[in-house]
Design a protein. Structure first.
Lengths: 303, 239
């Protein structure tokens, strides 16, 4: 059992608060750290990995502090987001060096390379690797010592779909083996496919935590805004507002369109075409106006 | 205290094609100058002292020290690959100490060897001038490597600061302000050379005991502090 405890952790850089009083417990299995770019995911992961001191609060792994404690790395494997990794070495030299730094030898390195299916290209210089190959060699370097906690910062960035699937399989396997795996991502679908448990961070704050389906429902049930143009805006508005799925409609004269706020997403999407047909109104434009991830996240924060 | 894997990675990084080329330029220039001076002016002890003191020890050794000292750690911190060393159960001071040994070795090879060679070419080690400056270069290599390794650990602009120190402080400021010479690696190593060379060819503004103490203190303090800095090194995220 390996449990990473983040206890009332904040981190600020000058006047900017990057992480704001976050408390979470990461246990065995795969956990996704979800949040838009700039939310503070990397800052948090850097603190989890012992590369940044929390301004307040503490990060501990099974009770041991992570900051300024080199021995903790016997239990932690880290896959950083940054690309740089001794490009002048071959893949095998790189993984072997990582194994040696853990006091291990060629056997551990070869096993790790086999696990990420990179043995076939292990004698090529890292400089010649594709993004996905680099990612896999980074994985191998983090796995050489069979860590019980694996931290990955945006591991799927820049990977093609096949490489993504391979890495997901691998992480799933690690989780099934009882390891604690935490990865960050700003892409909902990645987290949905892989994580058993998710933690959502928005603007440095802990926005949601728990089972993915629960959070997904929160995201779907939030008020949706639409911009609609039709052959008769006012008649359409009158018909829609009569139904409880719609909570507000504004006639935007400048745009020549309706701005509709729907509270029941499922019901509204079925209602709109029906109402239009019944009243003989032609729908010209129906576009969601706040489908960006940021607006989804900021709704979660408010919820 | 010494980790062979860290050493291997550091050597490979330092002696990569481009950096090795830069490291080789000045020593080559020194030897070319020595050959030219010998051919044009013949054997002269004073000339040999001027070339070795004025170019080898005052310019070449500190610049090699800057390249090797900052290069042993600066680029890794800059591009973030140092994370692969730091995320290991290895004491951070061990990483610094190992990199110091590598930086010293590289500085010595690229500065002391050409100094000896140039001295032999210039006057065939007459009055022990070649050996004296070679020993000075060896001694200076240790202090420069430690100083510039620290600089590479604390600053992203280590090469610039290093060159400013080497060229402005050691060469220019030191020749204008007498007090500054007491705090100059070059003068400390000259104090050692003064003892080795015959006659009054080589002189230093600092006595040998003071020089020895200052060399040791600077080397030890710089190494210790670099180890401490690495223990709390913060890797900035890309956000």
């Amino acid at each position: 059992m390996t449990t990473l405890n983040i206890d009332h952790v904040s981190r600020w850089f000058g006047n900017v608060v990057a992480v704001n009083d976050i408390t979470m417990t990461i246990g065995p299995g795969v956990t996704g750290l979800l949040g838009p770019n700039g939310a503070g995911k990397s800052t948090l992961i850097n603190m989890m990995g012992g590369f940044l001191a929390p301004s307040t609060g503490s990060v501990t792994l099974d009770g041991q502090p992570v900051w300024r404690n080199e021995d903790i790395y016997k239990h932690i494997g880290i896959v950083p987001e940054r690309e740089a990794m001794y490009d002048f070495l071959t893949g095998r030299e790189f993984v072997l060096a990582n194994a040696e730094l853990h006091g291990l030898g060629a056997k551990a390195a070869d096993e790790a390379l086999a696990t990420v299916e990179m043995a076939y290209a292990q004698d090529r210089k890292i400089a010649t690797y594709s993004k996905g190959m680099r990612q896999r060699v980074k994985m191998a370097s983090a796995l050489v010592h069979q860590p019980s906690l694996l931290l990955l910062d945006e591991p799927f960035n820049g990977m093609d779909p096949r490489q993504r699937m391979q890495l997901m399989d691998l992480l799933r396997r690690m989780g099934d083996e009882g390891r604690t795996v935490l990865f960050s991502s700003h892409i909902l679908e990645e987290v949905e496919q892989l994580a058993w448990h998710i933690e959502v961070i928005v603007a440095g704050r802990h926005a949601a935590s728990g089972d993915f389906r629960k959070i997904r429902r929160l995201m779907t049930d939030r008020p949706h805004r639409y911009l609609v143009r039709s052959s008769d805006d006012r008649a359409l508005a009158a018909a829609l507002i009569a139904d409880p799925s719609t909570s507000g409609i504004e006639v935007d004269l400048a745009e020549g369109a309706l701005r509709i706020q729907a509270v029941d997403f499922g019901r509204f999407t079925a209602l709109l075409p029906k109402v239009a047909r019944d009243h003989g109104i032609r729908l010209l434009t129906v576009s969601p106006s706040d489908e960006s991830l940021e607006s989804v996240f900021s709704y979660l924060v408010a919820a | 205290m010494y980790d062979p894997t860290v050493a291997r990675l550091t050597y490979r990084a330092l002696l990569g094609r481009r950096r090795a080329l830069i490291l080789g330029v000045l020593p080559l220039l020194l030897v070319v100058i020595a050959v030219a001076v010998r051919a044009l002016a013949g054997v002269d002890d004073q000339t040999a002292t001027d070339v070795l003191g004025g170019f080898a020890l005052a310019t070449m050794v500190p610049i090699i020290g800057v390249i090797a000292g900052t290069g042993a750690i600066g680029p890794e911190i800059d591009d973030g690959s140092v994370v692969y060393l730091l995320s290991k159960p290895i004491k951070r001071p061990t990483i610094i100490f190992t990199k110091l040994i590598v930086a010293i070795a590289v500085t010595m090879v690229f500065s002391a060897v050409p100094t000896l060679l140039a001295g032999l070419i210039l006057n065939g080690n007459g009055q022990q001038v070649a050996v004296a400056f070679t020993i000075a270069a060896l001694v200076a290599s240790i202090a420069y490597a430690a100083l510039f390794l620290l600089l590479g650990t604390v600053s992203r602009h280590a090469v610039v600061f290093g060159l400013v120190y080497a060229l402005v402080w050691e060469a220019l400021f030191g020749s204008l302000v007498p007090g500054a010479r007491t705090l100059s690696v070059q003068q400390w190593s000259l104090a050692v050379a003064e003892r080795v060379a015959d006659g009054n060819l080589v002189t230093s503004d600092v006595g040998l005991p003071t020089a020895t103490v200052l060399l040791a203190v600077v080397t030890v303090l710089a190494t210790w502090y670099a180890g401490q800095k690495l223990r709390s090194l913060t890797l900035a995220g890309e956000e």
